[in-house]
Design a protein around this ligand. Structure first.
Ligand code: BGC
Length: 344
C-alpha cells in the first residue's frame, strides 16, 4: 500500500554524459525511470523497463526501477530479532515482509541535481515506520559517467540499531525491440552458491552449490537454457533467488554479473561491494504498465538486486557481515551498472 497519496507532481531529473547517454530519475521512490545508452551506430537504446506516467508508477506492483528499503527482499513472518528481542514489522506479503513494506519505494524523496550527470535523493524515515526501530536518514546518489556507467551510492544512518539493506530494483532488457523478452540474453553470475526458498520466497535451510543445477551461471548461458527446470525454480515460477557472490570477485572489484543482448550488440556488467545478488527474471511482470502504453509480459526484463541474503536480520548464520546498523555507524554501499558495446 502506498504510504502517501499518489500525486501527479513528482519531480523528474535528467542525467546526461558526454557520450550522449541519458538517465531519468523520479523523486517518487528515487526511481530510475529510463536509461538510454548512446550507441556508436547513432541508435540510443533504452535498457530499463519503465512506465509512461507517474500514475502508472504509483499503481504498478513490480517495484520498477525503485530504490528499496529499509530492508530489500523478504523477512520471514515480518519479525526481526536482535540480541534476543523480537520486533514486529509491517507484513505486506501474506505474513511476511517484502521490500521494507514499501517505505522507500512508494514515496517522494527530496531530490537535488548536483551536476549535469548527478542527482542526489534524501529521505527521512521516522522511528517505527513499517515497524522499524529508530529514525533513519537515507541518501541515494545517481551518477552517469562518460564510460556509460550508472553509479548508485547509498548511505544511511540510524539512531537505534536497525537492519539496513538498500538496493535498486531496475529491470533490464538490452534488446533493441521494446516488446522483447530477456530469455535469450546471456547471463553470467559470479556465484558458487544460491539460496533455495519455499513457495513464499522464504529461505528455510541454507545455501546450495550451483554445481549441476540450472543456477550455475559461472559460464555464461542464456536465461532460457535452464529456466524453470529445477525444483527450486518451480516453487517460485522461475529464477527468483539470491546468489552468494564469490568473495574474491567482490574483493577485487570485478564484475559480479554480466548480461548480453540476444544479438550481442550490447552488454552490461554489475559491480557491487555487497555479498549477494537476487536474480529475478520478471516471472510475474505480466500486466505491468509499460512505457509503450501497453503492458509488459513475463520475462520482459530481469532484475539483479545487489544485497544481503534474504531474511538476514534473523539469520546470523549467513556467511556475510551483519546487516544491522548501529547508531553512530555509517552505512555505505555502491552499485555500478556499466553498459558497453562488446564489438566496439
Ligand atoms: C522479488 C520477487 C518479487 C519482485 C517484485 C523481487 O525482488 O524477488 O519475488 O515478485 O521483487 O515484487
Amino acid at each position: 500500500m502506498p504510504l502517501t497519496q499518489p500525486t501527479q507532481k513528482v519531480e523528474t531529473f535528467t542525467l546526461k554524459n558526454n557520450r550522449g547517454s541519458e538517465a531519468t530519475l523520479l523523486a517518487w521512490g528515487a526511481t530510475l525511470a529510463s536509461f538510454k545508452v548512446q550507441l556508436v551506430s547513432g541508435e540510443r537504446r533504452e535498457v530499463v523497463l519503465g512506465c509512461d506516467s507517474i500514475e502508472d508508477y504509483q499503481k504498478q506492483e513490480a517495484y520498477l526501477g525503485a530504490t528499496v528499503g529499509r530492508y530489500a527482499n523478504r523477512i520471514k513472518q515480518a519479525t526481526i530479532s536482535h540480541l534476543g528481542n523480537a520486533l514486529s514489522l509491517t507484513a505486506n506479503q501474506g505474513v511476511h515482509q517484502l521490500h521494507g513494506a514499501d517505505d522507500f519505494s512508494h514515496r517522494e524523496w527530496q531530490g537535488e541535481q548536483l551536476a549535469n550527470n548527478k542527482v542526489s535523493f534524501t529521505l527521512f524515515s521516522a522511528d517505527g515506520t513499517c515497524g522499524y526501530p529508530g529514525n533513519m536518514q537515507a541518501r541515494v546518489d545517481y551518477t552517469l559517467d562518460d564510460d556509460n556507467q550508472l553509479i548508485i551510492d547509498y548511505s544511511a544512518s540510524v539512531d537505534k540499531t536497525c537492519p539496513v539493506n538498500l538496493t535498486d530494483h531496475s529491470y533490464f532488457n538490452l534488446n533493441a525491440a521494446a516488446d522483447s523478452t530477456i530469455k535469450q540474453h546471456q547471463l553470467y553470475i559470479a556465484g558458487d552458491y544460491y539460496l533455495p526458498v519455499d513457495s513464499e520466497g522464504i529461505p528455510q535451510a541454507g545455501l546450495k552449490s550451483v554445481e549441476n543445477t540450472g543456477f550455475d551461471f559461472r559460464q555464461a548461458k542464456t536465461i532460457a537454457k535452464d529456466l524453470g527446470k529445477d525444483d527450486d525454480q518451480k516453487l517460485v515460477g522461475g529464477y527468483d533467488h539470491s546468489f552468494l557472490l564469490q568473495p574474491a570477485v567482490v574483493e577485487r572489484g570485478e564484475a559480479v554479473a554480466r548480461i548480453v543482448a540476444d544479438d550481442q550488440s550490447l552488454a552490461m556488467e554489475v559491480y557491487t561491494d555487497k555479498p549477494a545478488i537476487q536474480l529475478y527474471t520478471g516471472n510475474f511482470l505480466t500486466g505491468t504498465p509499460a512505457r509503450s502504453g501497453d503492458s509488459y509480459q513475463a520475462h520482459s526484463g530481469l532484475a539483479l538486486e545487489t544485497q544481503y541474503l534474504p531474511d538476514s536480520p534473523n539469520r546470523p548464520d549467513w556467511p556475510h557481515k551483519s546487516c544491522w546498523l548501529e547508531p553512530g555507524q555509517a552505512y555505505y554501499t555502491q552499485t555500478r551498472y556499466r553498459v558497453y558495446e562488446p564489438n566496439n
